[in-house]
Design a protein around this ligand. Sequence first.
Ligand code: 4NP
Length: 151
Amino acid sequence: MKLLFVCLGNICRSPMAETIFKQKLHDRHLSAEVDSAGLENYHEGDQADSRMRAHAERRGYHITHISRPIIRDDFYHFDLIFGMDAQNMRALKSRAPQGTEYKLRLITNYCEQFPLADSVPDPYYGGESGFELVIDLLEDACEGIITRELL
Ligand code: 4NP
């Protein structure tokens, strides 16, 4: 199984999702190919946002991903491609080559502890609590993905 997490800049939400998912795989002795990418290339080559990395470290996660933009080949290579909000999903749908749209998923559809969540809100222009919410929602969604797609 090959999974790709996508957000706008690939410096906050999707590298956090990638890191949480890899940690969960490691904890359960499962394996899968996991990566993340951005819909925009403004941050290409950058480490994850320092605030996201700090919140991650406090919760036991170490983000090492370097931002990269999504490319056409990703839509063919990966089995499942997860967007963080409705805007991401619109962009993914418009860029997906014909016949690859079936791989696209809104990540919050996998949440179980937050059943009413319909997006992982962009924390970039908000406060500290936004980064904690990103981690809470992504831990929940990643658990759901493992249960529903990998087990
Ligand atoms: P992300 O957050 O999509 O979760 O990585 C953002 C990072 C940067 C920007 C927007 C969102 N930006 O506008 O630069």
